[in-house]
Design a protein around this ligand. Structure first.
Ligand SMILES: [Zn+2]
Ligand SMILES: [Zn+2]
Length: 161
């Protein structure tokens, strides 16, 4: 006779599923699908590598790659922005878009790495254009503010989950 197990959270419910970590039986309503199998809610709460800010190597690689792509694509975009009115607003929107992209590339973990990469990727294109005047010491606050807006917006975009 097959062993009948009962969900540890619902003692009257029969189940054939058990948690991959603690091996307690759990019913279909309680079970949580994770990358490493079915888990009980207690163990699923702290899945290794799936917590916010904890990334798998692949997600780290994708985050860095997305950051690099955003920084490169951003260079011509920033050049256009500098020739537009409302450049603070446009920079913030562009930065937010860049941050969202990087956040998604990294599996929406939104950890410190995703934030750092987003802020850098948003700031680098501005720095490329501002570098000559920064080095010459002639850079004005009005040129730096759009960069700050973009960088902050990029960082904030990672807080959306
Ligand atoms: Zn468990
Ligand atoms: Zn249950």
């Amino acid at each position: 006779m097959a062993e009948v197990k009962h969900c540890y959270r619902h003692p009257r419910r029969e189940t054939r599923v058990s948690c991959a970590t603690c091996e307690r039986p759990i019913c279909t309503e309680c079970m949580v699908q994770t990358d490493v199998g079915i888990k009980c809610p207690d163990d699923a709460r702290l899945p290794r590598g799936a917590r916010a800010g904890v990334m798998k190597p692949r997600q780290v690689a994708l985050t860095l790659l997305a950051g690099l792509g955003v920084a490169l694509v951003g260079i011509p975009i920033v050049y256009v922005i500098f020739n537009l009115p409302f450049q603070w607003l446009i920079s913030a929107a562009a930065g937010y878009g860049a941050g969202t992209l990087i956040n998604r590339a990294g599996g929406r973990n939104g950890g410190p790495l995703a934030i750092a990469v987003s802020v850098l990727a948003a700031a680098v294109p501005f720095l490329v254009w501002l570098a000559p005047s920064i080095l010459a010491g002639t850079v004005g606050a009005f040129s730096i503010i759009p960069m700050l807006f973009a960088a902050v917006a990029a960082g904030l975009a990672n807080r959306q989950n």
